[in-house]
Ligand binder design. Structure first.
Ligand code: GLY
Length: 361
């Protein structure tokens, strides 16, 4: 059985590994750049299951995905020697407005009733958990089990593990079209960096091209579209590490790595694939950051970057759910559209797609 995966981000690479573990012998990952070149290595790496979930159905899936990371991190380190920086640092969501705080208290109560660790803290209580917080906050929802990983390390660990598993990575190679024959997907046509064209026939193809997934020629018309949502991120460095917890303020957040580096994000912008760091974007991120922890104003600004979250959009223009599993074209499978939660859900999505493929073939 030969399986071709389009895209070597965390979705494509993790799916390749799952398939290899299920005994699939011939797996080829086609990547136009290098593994994890886009959103996968640009992400902040929060495993913020309890904060990012929007309803009970998501909550269960997100928490299971977060809790599975410990074993995955261990397995990847065991295989490759690479530590993906998995740490249970806990997360606070801070509030300054009573109406929003009341809503947050209800969320905390609901999650506690669900058996999850969650606590409402007043301002002083929140500053006992994270002493760097601004002193004008009303209170915070505290989720001590939330965690983080370092996406660039995760990407390197996945690249090393896929190589060890004998998975072929065709980097610098673009898919010019999916091939359809007799009403099913039969492989892909590819163009290598030197312009050489080739057909890769396959029993199944997995589309895992992130926010570029809808641009791959030959995808079925009926598939919901995936649109890019740009996020701009800043990396600060504290001379002496002070911040310890992940802190959210609305969609803005700071993610301290524990060694002085603090990832600060992120904008949410619908600007197509316009890869630009803008003055307004960085201004917004830094303003949010300093409103969370004013002393970060003393930290050095060491880098900034941007990339594109893959957001599924329905025919009526509403945000949709991630695309994971089968598609309207037999033989074509998909793993994309995880928007703000691609790192969190990578392993769970990879398992679901691998099961769908091995169940169907
Ligand atoms: N998961 C955080 C973000 O997408 O910015």
């Amino acid at each position: 059985m030969r399986i071709v995966i389009v895209g070597a981000g965390v979705m494509g690479s993790a799916t390749a590994l799952e398939l290899a573990q299920k005994g699939v012998k011939e797996i080829i990952v086609v990547e136009r750049s290098v593994p994890g070149a886009e959103a996968s290595s640009a992400a902040a790496g929060m495993l913020a299951a309890q904060i990012e979930s929007r309803d009970d159905a998501e909550l269960d899936g997100f928490v299971a995905a977060r809790n599975a990371y410990g074993a995955w991190a261990w397995a990847l380190r065991d295989k490759t020697g690479i530590d993906i920086g998995h740490h249970q640092t806990g997360a606070l969501c801070i509030y300054r407005e009573e109406a929003l705080a009341a809503e947050a208290r209800r969320k905390v109560e609901a999650q506690r009733a669900h058996g999850l660790a969650a606590e409402w803290l007043d301002g002083a209580g929140a500053r006992r958990v994270e002493k760097e917080l601004a002193d004008d906050i009303l209170g915070a929802a505290y989720f001590p089990d939330e965690a983080q990983v370092e996406p660039p390390r995760l990407v390197r660990a996945l690249a090393a593990a896929t190589a060890q598993a004998g998975i072929v990575m065709r980097t610098g190679t673009t898919v010019s079209t999916l091939l359809s024959e007799g009403g099913r997907c039969a492989g892909v046509s590819i163009v290598s960096g030197d312009g050489a064209r080739e057909v890769l026939r396959a029993d199944a193809v997995v589309l895992a091209a992130g926010s570029w997934s809808s641009l791959v020629p030959g995808i079925p018309e009926q598939l919901p579209r995936v649109r890019p949502v740009r996020g701009q991120i800043v990396m600060l460095e504290e001379r002496s590490p002070r911040l310890r917890s992940i802190v959210f303020s609305d969609h803005a957040y700071v993610v301290p790595r524990g060694d002085g580096r603090v990832v600060c994000g992120a904008t949410m912008e619908s600007v197509g694939h316009c890869r630009e760091i803008t003055a307004a974007g960085i201004h917004k991120v830094l303003a949010n950051t300093l409103s969370i922890a004013p002393r970060l104003g003393e930290a050095a600004l060491v880098s900034s970057w941007c990339n594109f979250r893959p957001l599924v959009v329905t025919r009526t223009g509403e945000p949709g759910v991630p695309l994971v599993g089968t598609t309207p074209l037999p033989g074509l499978f998909i793993a994309t559209g995880h928007h703000r939660n691609g790192i969190l859900l990578a392993k769970a999505a990879a398992e679901a797609v691998a099961n769908a493929i091995t169940g169907a073939l």
